[in-house]
Design a protein around this ligand. Structure first.
Ligand code: GLU
Length: 501
């Protein structure tokens, strides 16, 4: 049985790169009829941010990414939050010490700092490893009595890489990676306050939770040798590893950061987030009018492709097509236009009725109450211009209220001295079409303009200007049909008054 996990630390809002990691885990699990777990890794209490865990849970709910076990749904390995599993880890640290795979280190922060300075003076960097551990204050250099004495105070447990060892990591995306253990530092696994570090808790939990595949971001590749060695030390079967490529900024190189999002105008978080300390708000895909289907689809393609030209894929299709072999080794560039394109596509796939239900809520917030049928009709008129659900209002406001301003450029270009006279004639024609029919109205107005040899572009544009306030929008006679001839008359009168030459 395939078992994978997403193991975020609740240190703030979930970055979109983390969402992609979880999505790949989800696709992989579903494809193999396996299980996906959500484990919260909060061993570092100094970085804990209130609200972050709830945010993570809510984000995946919105995206439709479901978990079989986890902090919010429970499961056979509960609890799934490391701060609630604290009593578990100590015995594993003790086991490593007993087996000679770890040792106690008593060096004070001041002593470590002095070593760093010393190395710096020689233009080197200090590393606590097999070359330096022999001259430091630890259970490898002190006598048995000294150790007993020192264990009363503060200490840490460090991993002891064996000498003359090459660590082999087999990564499903990158192939074999070999690292000489001599280069690796003896990472801290456990502290005297009784808390494990990320490395120990992560490996112990992956083992206890029967994780078969660790699929995570490339930033964890440097930790992989330690994790592989920990499995060896515990004599546990290691899971398979797959380190996903980074998400890169759209322009240039480097990891996609929140600042790139602010700079280029797109969210880097699934949902809006308000920093609990500073109150600063970061935008999210949900609030920016993206559909979850679109987010899942474009995220899936950032670093993976199905090996065909196929781009639009539902979650079910992604599940069948996904494979770790087709995940690329190099970073994936975030492409805002593509994200927009996907969202536009998925909005077009929604029925007018679905969008109307959503839009009716937005209208209600603006105190505009109208029946759903009417809202549905409005959707049908503007849908193809809608890229984000938040666009609907911008594209259709004139269907529900008269314009308050008139685009000055259009006024300047189109509104002439004789415009009011012609618009008055047009309105008379519109009133004469009873019952109102948009096709008849259109043909009659066009015939009138042609017979009188008037300027078609000018009249139609001025009519649009009076109704919409701009030169945009759907077919004019559709608009008139929607708002009615009375309202059209009122708006023309208002435009005449307001647009003084
Ligand atoms: N807690 C780590 C994180 O925040 C998990 C890394 C891993 O998947 O091993 O991403």
């Amino acid at each position: 049985m395939i078992r994978v996990r997403f193991a975020p630390s609740p240190t703030g809002p979930l970055h979109i790169g983390g969402v992609r990691t979880c999505l790949y885990n989800y696709l992989f699990a579903k494809q193999h009829n396996g299980k996906l777990l959500l484990r919260i890794e909060d061993t570092d209490q100094t970085r804990f941010v209130p609200g972050a865990e709830a945010y993570i849970v809510e984000s995946f709910k919105w995206l439709g990414i479901t978990f079989d076990e986890g902090v919010h749904v429970g499961g056979k390995h509960a609890p799934y939050k490391q701060s609630e599993r604290m009593p578990i880890y100590k015995k594993y640290a003790d086991e490593l010490i007993a087996k000679g795979w770890a040792y106690y280190a008593f060096d004070t922060p001041e002593e470590l700092e002095a070593k760093r300075k010393e190395a710096e003076a020689e233009k080197k960097t200090f590393q606590y490893d097999m070359n330096t551990r022999t001259v430091m204050c630890n259970s490898l250099t002190l006598s048995a009595e000294e150790i007993v004495e020192k264990l009363r105070g503060n200490y840490v447990v460090r991993f002891k890489y064996p000498e003359n060892t090459e660590v082999h990591i087999y990564d499903l995306i990158r192939g074999e990676v070999r690292i000489n253990a001599q280069l690796l530092d003896d990472k801290v696994l456990f502290k005297s306050d009784g808390l494990p570090t990320y490395h120990l808790a992560n490996v112990v939990d992956d083992h206890l939770m029967e994780i078969t595949h660790v699929i995570r971001g490339e930033e964890w590749l440097p930790s992989a040798p330690l994790h592989v060695m920990l499995y060896k030390a515990f004599e546990w079967q290691a899971p398979q590893f797959a380190h996903l490529p980074l998400l890169l900024k759209p322009d240039g190189n480097g990891k996609l950061s929140k600042r790139d999002g602010d700079r280029l105008g797109f969210p880097v978080f699934p949902m809006q987030w308000q920093d609990p300390t500073s109150g600063e708000i970061s935008s999210g895909y949900r609030e920016s009018g993206y559909l979850p289907e679109a987010v899942n689809n474009f995220l899936a393609l950032l670093g993976w492709n199905p090996g065909t030209e196929e781009e639009v894929m539902s979650m079910e299709q992604l599940v069948t097509r996904f494979s770790l072999e087709k995940v690329s080794k190099s970073g994936a560039k975030f492409d805002l236009d593509k994200a927009k394109w996907f969202n536009h596509y998925y909005i077009q796939q929604k029925t007018d009725k679905d969008l109307a239900t959503l839009f009716a809520q937005q209208l209600a917030e603006k105190n505009i109450h109208t029946n759903l049928e009417k809202v549905e009709k409005a959707i049908a008129l503007v849908k193809e211009r809608v890229y984000f659900t938040t666009d609907i209002w911008n594209q259709s406001a004139f269907l529900f209220q008269a314009p308050e301003t008139y685009n000055p450029e259009v006024v300047k270009k189109r509104w002439k001295e004789d415009t009011p006279v012609h618009l008055q004639q047009v309105i008379n024609i519109l009133f004469s079409v009873t019952p109102f029919d948009k096709t008849v109205a259109h043909d009659t107005v066009v015939a009138f303009i042609q017979e009188n040899q008037l300027n078609m572009g000018q009249i139609m544009n001025c009519l649009r200007l009076a109704l919409v306030g701009d030169s945009k929008g759907p077919d004019l006679f559709e608009i008139i049909d929607f708002i009615g001839v009375e309202e059209t008359n009122g708006r023309i009168g208002m435009a005449m008054k307001r647009i003084a030459l």
